[in-house]
Design a protein around this ligand. Structure first.
Ligand code: GYE
Length: 311
């Protein structure tokens, strides 16, 4: 009997931890890869993942958090669609001692409402993109059109801020139009079409700064349909590093992108495993790299490599 009890105890101790993941949706190739990698990582580590797709709606994310709390999950991963409005849902998780880890976007809330945040410094990403453009145009006048990400998301706010910072001391580089394309390919294409129409068939536009590669890929299509050459007539710089954008760089139709790893779950699960093992608390921000890639960085090889990274 003692043996049976010991066995039961061991089995309980080894039982899988349950993690709820409130994902924004699947607006971009980057996000779809993040989802794939989170599921893969959970499976490899024996974590029971409860996945919830919010279809871009904060109210769905709040409902998912409440449902995870009610189910008594061991932790919650949250990719917050917008920056504000999380306090009450996160306070509920806190009341039940359920650690919350933010993935890839930040929130405007007291930092005791989450354990840590995994992601890039998005201001820095915008600065890297802007810095590349400043260097590339090298003093020549350059009218920039900007495709913003989802309105109210930390990444759209911060990428814009960083880019503006980078061009601030360079009056030859000016943003002439800026609008949201909601991080989607179709949004990017549609808004770029309107920019082109408003700017003399695109003749007035020197460069596109897009807050993500998917919108840039849509915009590249719009530029081609307008009879202009993306990558030459209109330079492109964006953020993410998705395979299709590398293919566009390989074809000479895109110029630069700031890479963001879609593997946010790896560091997040490392943190949780350390916490579960001995209570180790992480830093409040786990920063991923922001390296720029251009046509000079063997985009064909990079395209191939990325296809194996969850894309
Ligand atoms: O750049 C974009 C996505 O929050 C960092 O969201 C993420 C962004 C990413 O849909 O493609």
């Amino acid at each position: 009997l003692a043996g049976v009890a010991a066995f039961t105890l061991a089995a309980t101790a080894a039982s899988a931890q349950t993690v709820g993941f409130s994902q924004i949706g699947s607006e971009s190739g980057w996000r779809a890869a993040e989802t794939t990698l989170t599921k893969q990582q959970a499976e490899e580590r024996g974590i029971d993942l409860k996945f919830s797709d919010a279809q871009q709606k904060q109210e769905n994310q709040i409902a998912a958090i409440r449902a995870f709390v009610a189910q008594g999950v061991d932790a919650i991963l949250l990719a917050p669609v917008v920056a504000t409005g999380w306090d009450s849902a996160l306070e509920e998780a806190k009341d039940y001692d359920i650690p919350v880890i933010l993935l890839d976007r930040q929130i405007d809330a007291s930092d005791d409402l989450y354990m840590t945040a995994v992601g890039a410094d998005s201001v820095h990403e915008g600065e890297v993109a802007g810095g590349w453009l400043v260097d590339t145009v090298d003093g020549k006048d350059c009218n920039v059109v900007e495709l913003q990400g989802t309105t109210g998301s930390s990444v759209a706010i911060e990428r814009k801020e960083g880019f503006e910072k980078a061009i601030a001391d360079h009056p030859n580089v000016t943003i002439i139009r800026s609008q949201t394309g909601d991080f989607t390919r179709s949004g990017g294409k549609e808004v770029m079409e309107s920019f082109i129409q408003a700017e003399n068939g695109g003749e007035n536009i020197c460069a596109l700064f897009s807050h993500n590669d998917d919108m840039a890929v849509g915009a590249i299509q719009a530029i081609k349909e307008a009879g202009l050459k993306p990558g030459e007539d209109i330079l492109t710089v964006s953020i993410d590093g998705v395979p299709d954008y590398f293919q566009a760089m390989a074809n000479g139709e895109a110029n630069a992108t700031v890479e963001l790893t879609p593997n946010m779950a790896g560091p997040a699960f490392d943190v949780l495993e350390a916490y579960w093992a001995d209570g180790t608390m992480p830093e409040k921000f786990i920063q991923t790299d922001s390296k720029i890639y251009t046509q000079a960085d063997d985009p064909t090889a990079e395209y191939e490599r990325r296809k194996g990274l969850g894309y």
